[in-house]
Design a protein around this ligand. Structure first.
Ligand code: PMP
Length: 351
């Protein structure tokens, strides 16, 4: 067929999401979803949505949710941006903060989408090296980059960088936007949101997809200086002002209001993670310290891709990345206690 699409559409290598399945026999531990359903409070909020109002466009300012989040984080409403999942906010950030041909820095092993956004928006990237034990080597960030971004804790390593090291970066790189992607912060890390009042170049991005069990509703938000938020708004209003829907907003508000369920679910996941790490180590696996709802591990003899295939054969889906330095590793999301027991017993059998 004759070529009817752009060079970009022809050349881009898009992000590869983890496999999704409707097969209920599969134990799905490959996309860092939360094993707990949304809380009763959230489900009630969805059930009591005014469905007749679905004929209207949602509030493009997402005012009610911004108010809730500004109380929760003790910041002003103009310090908050809400988007359709944190992926959308990340994409807007590339457009809001960096020009084509700018060079930005992110870790050599990190969330794969960062490289895809660089290709999509023609931004260049410089890798921040990791130490042998997968810690981000912040001292190696070059001075002449136009921006810095990484998840904290990092993905798919799970390693957390203390807030003091983030402050060092902010002090050293005052003339560039530093984005901290806190998708996994609620599983034991300490947020750097409080730093936004002192550093006008810091943007913190969060999601309701992991710790708040709402991946299906696509809600994310960012917190930062109001000038950064304004730049994001300019991009959003030039793309799709209605990217956050009415039902998603109501559910997100209810989730913030139900702090107790949120905290106890996060605590349960941390506890299941601790027990799983112990079992993996007793099987002889090498485990990277994790502050997330997943664990990156390897086995001294069995290759990562072989374990991946064998687990899949036993209806257990984990994630294998064909990325240098972690080819021999697997990432397993923290599921329910029952799911993790099934994972460990299958792994024990095949080892
Ligand atoms: N950042 C990181 C580090 C992630 O792992 C993910 C989930 N794949 C996201 C952002 C995007 O999350 P969402 O779009 O569901 O908010």
């Amino acid at each position: 067929m004759k070529k009817l699409w752009s060079n970009l559409a022809e050349e881009l290598v898009p992000y590869q999401p983890g496999e999704q399945t409707t097969n209920e026999n599969i134990i799905k531990l490959n996309t860092n979803e939360n094993p707990f359903p949304p809380s009763e409070h959230v489900i009630n909020a969805i059930k009591t949505c005014n469905l007749e109002s679905l004929s209207l466009y949602p509030d493009h300012d997402v005012t009610e949710l911004k108010k809730e989040l500004s109380n929760y984080h003790n910041v002003e409403k103009h310090n908050i941006f809400v988007g359709n999942g944190s992926d959308e906010i990340l994409a807007f950030s590339w457009q809001a903060f960096w020009n084509p041909e700018d060079v930005i820095a992110f870790p050599e092993i990190t969330y794969n989408f960062y490289k895809v956004y660089c290709d999509l928006y023609r931004v260049k990237s410089e890798m921040i090296p990791l130490t042998a034990d997968f810690k981000i080597n912040t001292a190696a960030i070059l001075n002449d980059v136009k921006g810095i971004i990484f998840p904290n804790p990092n993905a798919p390593t799970g390693r957390f960088l203390p807030i003091i090291e983030i402050e060092e970066i902010l002090k050293k790189h005052t003339n560039k936007v530093v984005i901290i992607d806190e998708a996994y912060i609620d599983f034991g890390g300490v947020s750097c949101i409080e730093l936004i009042n002192r550093y006008d170049n810091l943007l913190v991005i969060r999601t309701f997809s992991k710790s708040r069990s709402l991946a299906g509703l696509r809600i994310g938000y960012a917190v930062g200086d109001h000038h950064l938020i304004q730049a994001l708004n300019t991009i959003r209003y030039s793309f799709n002002p209605y990217s956050v829907d009415y039902v998603g907003m109501k559910a997100a508000i209810a989730s913030i209001q139900d702090d107790q369920t949120f905290r106890s679910n996060c605590q349960a996941i941390v506890e299941i993670r601790r027990a799983t790490i112990q079992k993996l180590e007793s099987l002889g696996c090498h485990v990277i310290p994790s502050m997330t709802n997943f664990i990156l591990f390897s086995h001294p003899v069995l290759n990562g891709s072989i374990i991946y295939e064998k687990l899949k054969h036993k209806n257990i889906l984990v994630r294998h990345f064909d990325t240098p330095k972690i080819q021999n590793y697997l990432r397993v999301s923290i599921g329910s206690e029952t799911q993790m027991n099934a994972f460990i017993s299958s792994l024990t059998e095949l080892i």
